[in-house]
Each structure stands twice: as C-alpha cells, then as structure tokens.
Write a protein that binds this ligand. Structure first.
Ligand code: GLC
Length: 562
C-alpha cells in the first residue's frame, strides 16, 4: 500500500466551492436511527453533532439528512407537519444550527430533504382544508374531488397508492383527497401559486441557515393533470405512456417548478445544489439533472442490478452518456432507507429461471423479507465481499457516490423484525405483500455492548439483533481489515485521486472482470466471479479482498496506479 499524498498522483481537477457536488461522496443520515443523545430511543440532531468526529474520520464530503421535521411518523418523517422547524423529539432549530456549524467546521457540507409532493395530514394547511368547505381556497392547496354515488360515498376512482390500498380518502362531506402514498400524506396541488411560493420560502429558510443543498423527494410527482369530469380507472391510468403527458407522474411542466427553484438556488454563493429522487424512465432523467433545473438526479440503476460485470458495464456507460447530455455529473447508489441493504441483496441465493423476466435484486430482497427474512437464508460472507467490491468500484467512478449510514460497517438488513415492532406504512397498507423498509432503518451499532449498542443511553426504537455487536463501530474501528476501515481508506484516497469525469475501459480477458482507468491513471479492477485474477502492472493502492503476489483472490475490487 502507499502514501496517499504522494505527489506523483496529482488530481487533475479540483472541486471548487461551486462544483463540490459533482463528484462528492455523500453520506445519508436517517436521523432517527443514527445516534440518540437524549436517551428517548430516537436519534436526534445533537446525536449527529456528537458524531461529527466519526464522520470526519470516515472522510465523507457531505451528509444528506432524511427528514427531521415535526411529524407523526406515519411514513418515517416523510409526512411533514411543518417544513421550517425541527421535530421536538429530534431537537430544536438551535440544535440544527449547531450541527451545521460543527459539520462545516470540518469541511462537511449539508444536504436536507425537501418533501414537496405531499404534506402530512397534520400540516396546518390540511387542517384548514378539512375545516373549510368544498371549493374553498384552503381545499385548492390539495387535490380534492367529489366522490361518486348519490352522496359522494364512493371514491372518485379506484386508484391504488404506492404503499398499497386506496389512493383516495373521504373527508365526510362527499369530498375525497388524493394521496399517492399513505392516507396521512395528502398530495399538494402544485397548480396553486401559494403552494409554490411557500416552498420557495422553505428553500430560502434552510439556505439562510447555511444548508448547501437539497434532496428532492418524489421530484417527478408534483405536476398533475386530472381530467375535469370522470376519472379514468387505475388500469387505464397505469397503461398510459410515461412520456411527459401522464396525468400523475413526470409531467413535462414539473420542470417549470424547478426552474423557479433554480433561481432561488442562484441567489446564494455558492449556489445551493439539489438532487432529484425521480423514478422516471432513464432517458427522462437528464431533464431533472439539467443546470436550469435541480442540477442532479439519482440514478438507481446499479441499485437495481445484479452483481454482474456485463450489467454493471452497460449501466455505467449509459449513465456517463446521460451525464454528458445533461451537463451534470452522474450519481451512484447501492443502498438507502428505502431498499434492502446491498450486502444482503448480494447474499441471496442465485435466482433461477429466465433472466429477462426474473425480479431485480431489489425485488428479490423484498421477497426474502416477506418469506421471514432469516439470516440463515443468506450467504453473509459472500454478500459482504460483493458489497465491498461494489462500493470500491462505485467510489472509483466519475460522479457522486451516495452512501447510506451503516453500509460502511458492512451491515446486513435486519430481516426478522417482529410484526408488532414494525413502523413502515408499506407494511400496514399492504398486508401479506410487503413487509416494508424497517430492516434498513434499525439504529446503527456504535459499541459491542450496551442496551442499544451505543446508539443512545437507553433503548432503540426498532429492535437490534445480537449480530450487530460484531458490526459495531467499536468492533471495526481498530481492525485494519474491517469494512469501516476500507471505507475510510477509500474515501480518503478518492479525494486525492479524483480526476476528470471520464473513464476508459481496459481489456481484462475475462467476462467477469471489469477494469477502467481515470484520466490521471487511477485504475480500478473488479472481479465479479470466484476465480483468482492477476492484476495489471502498477502500484496497488487499496483492495476490498486479499491480494497475493499481484493476484486478486476472487470477488473483489483493487485500485492501482501506474
Ligand atoms: C420517497 C422516500 C420514501 C418515502 C416516499 C414518500 O420515495 O425516499 O422514504 O416513503 O418518498 O415520501
């Protein structure tokens, strides 16, 4: 291994204040499950501040905080009561300011989540809408419709919400409101000027407090166009093309909203950044990432892919092409708070049957959860070995890498949460079909022992399994081969090695081996299969698996330079 500050490898580009986001490593904090300073079993902002030294030693360039706003937690905080405050269980605005200062002092940028598709049903606007008559300005902020049947007792349409169950809920006076997610998350009407203005106020509110960027939840859902008369059936809606004209998703005019937001971002120096969560066909992603819009969009293609060299290469080439089209940089994600952790997805038994119609690894992960989520069904070591290889590959790619808390510990999904402890609405709204996303939201282990493995002075809001002890920060901190120390080394090296946003593929002589070189010579080689592979000549900088006499011993990634 090498001295990472050796001047022989000079970065060919240096991120500036304006371009920091283009190739940043961004660490997602799910605040309620990160660190609990006050001992109520729920993580909080003072907990994050206390862990700034940990984040610094990890070497990430930015953190993204999932919602910490006042919320009944009908959807883990994505049901927001007030966009410009902190949930009292998580702290105060002063705590928020102190956290931002502590992060900024060590050079870590801060991204916060904005949830514009829906408020919570406790938001003052929704309360006002319920207290106001049909046709009132208060109702116009949401998507209300008359029910069908003589007294409006039947839903306006048979639409299904994303978490399962009906997407329309009655309010008792013959009217119903639309909720694309849980019934506690009424969809906003973005044709309403007041709604638009209020979000501009929210963007300025957090920007004024020093926030560097925003992650935009369900960015493709805001613009809607429902026909005036009878609504189409769900079967009809679902069959409509997703080409910018769909009544609910990814409508072209959503970008008018983001053009306004861009003007707000540009009021600040450096300009505030944004990344869109937009589940849209890949060829429509570039619109969200445009410089006149949000500037960057998540690319979930690797997250949905098998651990397979051919699939990875196709996805990487395609997304680098998209980034060129939009002028943005691409983003890479393997895990987040919505999916089964990648160490676990890669630990599932091989799928049988027709590859073309087989479920994605992400869907396969959900099926494993539904079947009981037993750790015994997993090849835990293989899953972790693949996950480490995938991460090292990710961190060598051009673009930003979004990492999810706990993946740096190689954490597996907690699959067997008792039903009585579950929190996710996807579980409650979809009985027998979906067990939800709680398994990746279990508070992370800091110590080997203690009532909540060091998460806080008392318990944790979701049960932690005994095997968390060996994956705790304490257990991994001093082990040179731990996943934590692999991430630390990789994130540090990456900052030194970062290069122009290009790569060149190298011939490897094997279908299951991918190798690419960045313009400054930084080379990454990934072996997807079990056979050992002789690495190309060069100086070995880091490897996710043992290298003996220049040979990578099966699944793994190695970084080299000439
Ligand atoms: C996004 C979030 C998810 C949430 C949903 C509704 O997909 O990532 O956690 O449930 O939006 O807000």
């Amino acid at each position: 291994m090498t001295d990472v500050l050796d001047p022989a490898v000079q970065p060919t580009t240096t991120a500036t204040d304006e371009t920091w986001w283009r190739q940043a490593s961004v660490y997602q904090i799910y605040p309620r499950s990160f660190a609990d300073a006050d001992g109520d079993g729920i993580g909080d902002l003072r907990g994050v501040t206390a862990k700034v030294p940990y984040l610094t030693s990890l070497g990430v360039e930015a953190v993204w905080l999932s919602p910490f706003y006042p919320s009944a937690l009908a959807d883990g905080g994505y049901d927001v009561d007030d966009y410009r405050d902190v949930d009292p269980r998580l702290g105060t605005l002063d705590d928020f300011d102190a956290m931002v200062t502590a992060l900024h002092d060590t050079g870590i940028r801060v991204i916060v989540d904005v949830v514009p598709n829906h408020t919570s049903d406790r938001h003052e606007w929704f309360r006002e809408a319920l207290a106001s008559p049909k046709g009132s300005p208060a109702r116009d902020r949401y998507v209300f419709r008359d029910g069908t049947g003589p007294s409006g007792q039947d839903a306006p349409a048979d639409w299904i919400s994303i978490f399962g169950g009906p997407a329309w809920t009655a309010v008792g006076d013959g009217q119903w409101y639309l909720h694309s997610f849980a019934k506690e998350q009424p969809d906003l009407n973005w044709a309403n000027r007041e709604v638009r203005d209020d979000f501009l106020t929210t963007l300025r509110f957090w920007s004024d407090r020093g926030v560097d960027g925003f992650r935009i939840d369900v960015a493709h859902g805001l613009a809607k166009d429902l026909p005036a008369g009878d609504l189409p059936t769900w079967a009809e809606v679902s069959a409509l093309p997703k080409d910018g004209t769909h009544p609910l998703w990814d409508r072209d005019e959503v970008h008018e909203i983001y053009a306004e937001w861009r003007r707000v971002f540009e009021e600040y120096t450096p300009a505030r950044t944004a990344v869109a969560e937009a589940w849209v066909p890949a060829d429509r992603r570039a619109r969200y990432a445009s410089a006149e819009g949000l500037g960057q969009a998540f690319n979930f293609d690797l997250l949905e892919a098998d651990f397979d060299a051919g699939s990875f290469r196709t996805i990487i080439e395609f997304n680098l092409g998209l980034a060129e089209q939009s002028g943005s940089s691409t983003t890479w994600v393997f895990s987040n708070h919505d999916v089964v952790r990648h160490a676990t997805r890669y630990a599932l038994p091989p799928r049988s049957g027709d590859a073309e119609h087989a479920p994605t690894t992400e869907k396969q992960g959900s099926a494993w959860l539904l079947a009981g989520g037993s750790q015994d069904d997993l090849d835990r070591d293989l899953g972790l070995r693949r996950a480490r290889a995938a991460t090292l590959l990710e961190l060598a790619l051009p673009g930003s890498a979004y990492l999810y808390q706990g993946e740096e510990l190689g954490l597996h999904e907690v699959g067997d949460i008792p039903d009585s402890d579950r929190q996710d609405p996807a579980y409650f709204r979809n009985p027998g079909v979906d067990v939800g996303r709680d398994g990746c939201r279990v508070p992370i282990p800091w110590t080997r022992e203690g009532s909540s493995f060091g998460f806080g002075p008392d318990g944790a809001h979701l049960p932690q399994p005994a095997w968390f002890a060996d994956s705790s920060v304490e257990a991994e901190d001093t082990d040179p081969d731990s996943t934590l120390n692999l991430y630390r080394a990789a994130l540090r090296l990456r900052r030194t090695l970062q290069s122009e946003e290009h790569l060149e593929w190298l011939e490897t002589g094997r279908d299951d081996v991918l190798a690419f070189r960045r313009p400054n010579g930084w080379t990454s080689v990934t072996v997807f299969g079990d056979e050992p592979y002789r690495l190309p000549r060069g100086e070995l900088l880091l490897a996710s698996a043992p290298v003996a006499d220049g040979v990578l011993t099966g699944v793994g990634t190695a970084w080299l330079r000439p």
